[in-house]
Design a protein around this ligand. Structure first.
Ligand code: URA
Length: 430
């Protein structure tokens, strides 16, 4: 006969429902019992809704994170003779920063274990982007990952199923019960995976604005502070940058076109905002790894980062010289008047790219690697009537209509543009 359970889920739910604090041992039990299937989805839904409505104290979030880490394996990079640094972005439109960033940081002898995901909804997934490269393989065993970190220094691959399985179950439940938006749940979800991964240091790119998960600056800031504190509690050196996601990042939104843009950055060119954020995040990662004075821009200019990229792609069976997929159909959108571009809404452009086939509606759907949007101008640029503003790409021209619907009202041309807001708004450290 199995041992009796030490707590009752209904008591835990009631405690949170009534605005109280859940005792540590009860909270650890709740996560463990849910992962084992003893606590039912209906009970966990009630609990997560109570958390969304009543919040959690800092110590409860720490315990919840710890319990989620304990639900699965913990990786270790202790056998490597170099420090490890990782980056997590809360996701945005045109956010391809991981692609140039991982090899750039690895060029300084720091190992970058970047466990990434696929896109769902209007933000793209790093693995989907890299899978545009012929032959490139996302799935690596832990041994392959360690060997590549020792040799090349950078790995971008799919997270195995062993890390924080409690989070997988909980996240799927939150997705269908309207409880994704709770800061304690987001923070514990993200940080449990990152801490279980075993990195020495972590830089968080917490985005705010229309194209971000957190539209509101104050909430993005609260999320950043909560995650930085969780990192510190677990001995992972963690800092966060709060970055603007009201406008798409760079000029490419999609998959293959984002790889192309990343390679431009690695070749010392690329759009200024992508370069700025790549350099800012690399500086943070290298500072945490003990190299505060690293010449990051120099490594982009002199080809060291590009060498690391080519080795990283080859190590995962990709061909860095192969042609990337090109679209069957394109559609240009032109300026209806002369003036200055005053606004390009990140969410709407992300949604349009998704409708073109760059993203997926269901986890099992494939993405169209050549689908997406290429911007020819950004807010602040002067344009003449009839000039192409951006190009839509798809495999099937029938997709253009719905993408254009999403873009109705998504951009504006005026007489003068407001001064540009800084991309990196604030830095949060423990
Ligand atoms: N990303 C995660 O991994 N978890 C969340 O809860 C939200 C975003």
């Amino acid at each position: 006969m199995s041992a009796p359970e030490p707590f009752d889920a209904v008591d835990v739910i009631r405690a949170k429902r009534d605005g109280g604090r859940v005792p540590e041992d009860a909270l650890r039990w709740m996560i463990d019992a849910y992962t084992r299937g003893y606590v039912a989805d209906a009970q966990m839904s009630a609990f997560t809704m109570a958390v969304l409505l009543n919040g959690m104290e800092r110590d409860e979030i720490r315990v919840m994170t710890d319990a989620m880490i304990a639900s699965g394996e913990r990786m270790s990079f202790a056998s490597l003779d170099k420090p490890t640094a990782d980056k997590h972005s809360t996701g945005g439109v045109g956010d391809k920063i991981t692609l140039p960033l991982a090899p750039l940081v690895a060029a300084f002898g720091v190992a970058v274990p970047q466990l990434s995901g696929r896109g769902l909804g209007h933000t793209g997934g790093t693995l989907d982007k890299l899978e545009s490269i012929p032959g490139w393989r996302a799935a690596l065993s832990n041994e392959e990952m360690l060997a590549q970190l020792a040799d090349v220094g950078a790995v971008i691959c799919a997270a195995g199923t062993g890390l924080a399985p409690a989070d997988k179950k909980l996240y799927a439940l939150r997705d269908v019960t309207g409880t994704v938006e709770a800061i304690p749940l987001i923070a514990s979800s993200i940080m449990s995976k990152k801490i279980a991964e075993g990195t020495d240091s972590l830089v968080l790119d917490v985005k705010f604005g229309t194209g971000a998960f957190m539209k509101d600056y104050a909430r993005a800031r609260e999320l950043a502070e909560t995650m930085v504190a969780l990192g510190a509690d677990s001995g992972v050196k963690t800092t966060a940058l709060l970055t603007d996601m009201n406008t798409p990042l760079g000029l490419a939104i999609g998959n293959a076109n984002e790889v192309r843009e990343s390679v431009e950055v690695l070749a010392g060119g690329g759009p200024s905002d992508v370069v700025e954020l790549t350099v800012a995040l690399a500086r943070e990662m290298l500072a945490l790894a003990g190299q505060p004075d690293a010449d990051v821009a120099g490594a982009l200019a002199d080809g060291r980062a590009m060498d690391a990229w080519r080795r990283m792609i080859r190590a995962q069976d990709g061909d860095p010289d192969a042609a990337l997929p090109t679209p069957r159909e394109t559609h240009a959108v032109t300026a209806s008047r002369s003036g200055v571009v005053t606004r390009m809404d990140a969410y709407d452009f992300g949604l349009a790219a998704w409708r073109l086939g760059a993203g997926r509606a269901r986890a099992q759907d494939p993405v169209v690697h050549a689908a997406g949007i290429d911007l020819l101008v950004k807010p602040g640029d002067a344009v003449s009537e009839g000039q192409t503003l951006f190009t839509l790409s798809a495999d099937d021209g029938a997709r253009f209509e719905r993408a254009l619907d999403a873009l109705d009202g998504a951009f504006e041309i005026g007489d003068t543009a407001a001064p540009r807001e800084p991309l990196v708004r604030e830095r949060i450290s423990a």
